[in-house]
Every structure is written in structure tokens, then in C-alpha cells.
Design a protein around this ligand. Sequence first.
Ligand SMILES: *[C@@H]1O[C@H](CO)[C@@H](O)[C@H](O)[C@H]1NC(C)=O
Ligand SMILES: *[C@@H]1O[C@H](CO)[C@@H](O)[C@H](O)[C@H]1NC(C)=O
Length: 383
Amino acid sequence: CCTFLLCSSPRLSSLCRLQRIHSHMMSSRAEPEVLLEKVGCAGVITLNRPKFLNALTLNMTRQIYPQLKKWEDDQEAAIVIIRGAGGKAFCAGGDIRAVTEAGKAGDALSEDFFREEYILNNAIGAYKKPYIALIDGITMGGGVGLSVHGRFRVATEKTLFAMPETAIGLFPDVGGGYFLPRLQGKLGLFLALTGFRLKGRDVQRVGVATHFVESKHIPDLEKELVDLKSPSAEDVSNVLQSYQNQSSLDSEKPFVLEKHLSDINRLFSSSSVEGIVQNLKADDSSFAKKQAETLSKMSPTSMKITFRQLQAGATLSLSEVLVMEYRLSQACMSSNSFSTCLSSTVLIDKDQSPKWNPPTLEEVSHQMVEQSFSSLGHKDLTF
Ligand SMILES: *[C@@H]1O[C@H](CO)[C@@H](O)[C@H](O)[C@H]1NC(C)=O
Ligand SMILES: *[C@@H]1O[C@H](CO)[C@@H](O)[C@H](O)[C@H]1NC(C)=O
């Protein structure tokens, strides 16, 4: 869930190379990583690291959270809008590079990063005023956590959604254990295990976005929202609905998973990840073969943790899920298997074949999985 992760994807590697060049060429004049402004009736948060696809840092979280809480009680701010700068990404994830390095060195950053990010995710889920995320571009991992729990999420044709954590030895956190099992059928488990990418209108079709508006209309939409006079959630909803009504782009394009939904429900219904893999291998369809191939590249430990996370999360509140996920984040950071996973992400870049430890699902014991869910005592996440 990070720029790092995106760079390991062949499809986006040229983009990442370009970014590296850009960042070398950039002058050292420091731009703020996040802009927090009062515009009209709105508190506006702009994630402002376009060269890094607005990947979320601990510093950004530390600026956003107190301001968000302040706006919640401020008479002047009736709504909150969150957006990404640069036109490519809303937020490509948490910038976990520094975090994982700190994790290996036993630094407190890996505790603080996840703790403060999850506290922010929880605040967004419980926000008392209309919270509107304009997810006009890449929205992955940590970027999903900054949007999906809010009241309104506006996708455009440029939205690219994924929870790709199983590919880097992590799990779909930031409340993935809450929203994924609440999507239709086994869709959430499918998205979580495979990291499947959804684009544009499909992001709304699965329920990750609440609205779809053409990207070129977003500036007008923003202006109309900030110009509202003490708007209620219903007023905001009406504005979003009217912009959605004006957007016909891609409306005839069918949902990319439409033909596969019943297969997903059948193939991903099993009491174990091994069972799912067996189902996929035993199926003749090219769709199933492709998913089996995808899962064969993912971290076996991640897949088993993710399976259990979604199973448990289905009956928990968002806050309870985040407490669970914080335990998992710390287990991942401290376990040997995780550092091995992380060093292998470097390998993904080179030869596309990560080496996981343990290398197979069968070798990831029930006990190893259960241990990652155990209480951290006084270090547990509290709100
Ligand atoms: C985080 O912000 C502080 C000041 O607020 C700054 O000194 C520090 O360099 C920043 N850290 C990073 C990694 O950007
Ligand atoms: C949007 O379109 C729907 C269905 O056509 C209609 O019921 C609704 O009133 C429209 N809303 C706005 C705000 O234009």
C-alpha cells in the first residue's frame, strides 16, 4: 500500500521511473505535504505529494487528524472535502518505506505510523459532518482508508482502486476488515486476496464509491459544494446526485466482474485459503486459472491472515476492526517472516517472483496465524 508497492507493478513501473527522475530534478524547496484550508463552508484537505502519488506519511496524518477534529466542532466548517493534488492520484497508499525500515531497526515509527493512521480512519468513520472524498485517480491501501469510511466518496473515470497488500506481505488494513466483508457476496474476499484493480464506474458499482462524476466536472463540483450555505448531508447528497446525473461517460460499459460474480461467490466460498486455491485449480474457466496464478504469487502468510481478518471483521464495528488490525500490523512488523517478505519486495522489482517465508500455504500454521491476532496488552490501540 505505498509508492514502493506501485513501483513493483510492471504496469506502473514506467510511471515510477518517471517520478524518480522528477524527484531528482526537483529543487529542495519544501512544499507542504498536506494543505489544510477553510474555503467557503468547507474544510478542505489536499494531499500534496504528487511526485509520490500522494502517499500518506506519518507527518501528514499528524497534521490532518487534529484539524479534522477541530472542524468537527467548528461552526464555520459545515463539511469536509478531501482531495489529492497533481491529477494522477488521490492517494496511492501509506508511505511504508520509512515505516518498514524503522520496523527492522526496532524504531517506534512502525508503532506510531499504524496507530495514528488507524485513529484517523476511525475518526473519518465516526465523523459528525458530511465528509466528501474526491477519489479522482489512484486510490489504494491507505488512500482507501482516508475515503471509504467517509459519508460520501466520489469516483471518476480516473479512479483506480485496489487493496494490494497481500502482494507485499501485508494485509488489507485501514479498516479493510470492516468494509470488504460488507461488499456483496464474496467480492470483498476476492478483492482482498487477489488485489484485483477496479476502475471508474466499477468502483461505485461495488459500493466503494457512493457517486460517479466525470473528472472534468470535479472543479465545478468542488466550487458548488464550498459555496453551499450551512449545508446538511441531504444538501450535499443533492449536489452530488445532480453532478452524477450530468455524467454519462462509460455508462454503457459493463461492470468488469459482472460475468464472474457467481463464480467468485462459488470459488471463494471455502473454510480455508487452501480450499479456495483448490476450487480455483479445479475449475476450467480462464478466469479461475488467472486467479489461481495471481494467488500463487501472493504471500501465503498474508493470505491466511487476510482470510481470518475478513472473517472476524464481518461481525465487528469499525473501531473493533481497527484494534484487531493494529495487532496484526505489529505482528507483521516484528515477525521474521515479514522482514523476509519485505526484502523480497525488492526481488519483485527485478524478476517478478517474490520468495516468501514460509513459501507455501501448508507451511503457514494455524498457530502462526492465531498468534498475530493476540492482544498487545497496554500497547493495544485505544481511541
Ligand atoms: C516531519 O515534519 C517535521 C516538522 O513538522 C520535519 O522536521 C520532519 O523532517 C518531517 N519528516 C519527514 C520524514 O518529512
Ligand atoms: C437525478 O436523476 C434521478 C433519476 O433520473 C432523479 O430521480 C433525480 O431527481 C435526479 N437528481 C438530481 C438532483 O438531479
